[in-house]
Ligand binder design. Structure first.
Ligand SMILES: [Zn+2]
Ligand SMILES: [Zn+2]
Length: 194
């Protein structure tokens, strides 16, 4: 399998979707909004992804499209077996390899993030502009914020280089607890999560 990540290439398509209702586009996405995307927003993002794949000589097949659509619609990190369950609602015979192959493709295209800390997958915040940033992942509900901070990213890369390493993944993943989950924990009288 080719190891090319599309992270550095910018497509010609304009970033008209990404699911956020205007504003805040340059930095934090999925801000306080982990509500499911509207079908129209999902459809628009799928069209962008479709064009993005075609430009690279790849195809967003119906299965890949469906899996990506589910991730877009959920708007948070989702486990592979949850995706499989959803797939089975539309294609009764869906088998795990089908879903995993689709996820592999989407990862390779940079459309999807693998979220290691909770072993799940999430649609990238801005579909086709994949220069992945720093990800903050709610460990309770899978909600994700992705942001770009050149100073932090540069400092991180330098520190890593100083100890003789190169970064192998495309995004730094930080474990977090989102505002909604913090509020819920507080309401339940639980101790604040570290
Ligand atoms: Zn990303
Ligand atoms: Zn949360």
């Amino acid at each position: 399998m080719p190891n090319a990540t599309p992270s550095h290439s910018k497509p010609a398509v304009e970033p008209s979707v990404a699911g956020t209702a205007g504003g805040e586009h340059a930095h934090a996405h999925h801000h306080d909004d982990a509500s499911p995307l509207s079908p129209a927003a999902v459809e628009a993002a799928l069209e962008l992804a479709d064009a993005y794949c075609s430009e690279r000589g790849e195809r967003l097949t119906p299965i890949r499209r469906k899996v990506f659509g589910l991730l877009l619609a959920s708007n948070r990190a989702t486990k592979a077996y949850t995706l499989l369950d959803e797939m089975r609602k539309v294609h009764a015979g869906s088998a795990p390899p089908t879903v995993y192959r689709a996820l592999d493709f989407l990862l390779e295209m940079g459309l999807v993030h693998k979220i290691e800390s909770i072993n799940a997958f999430a649609a990238c915040h801005d579909v086709t502009h994949c220069r992945h940033g720093l990800l903050v992942v709610c460990q309770h509900c899978g909600k994700i914020a992705e942001f770009h901070d050149d100073a932090i990213e540069r400092a991180l890369a330098e520190s890593i280089a100083r100890v003789g390493y190169a970064i192998a993944g495309d995004a730094a993943e930080i474990k977090g607890v989102c505002a909604a989950c913090q509020a819920r924990a507080a309401a339940n009288g639980e101790a604040p999560t570290r």
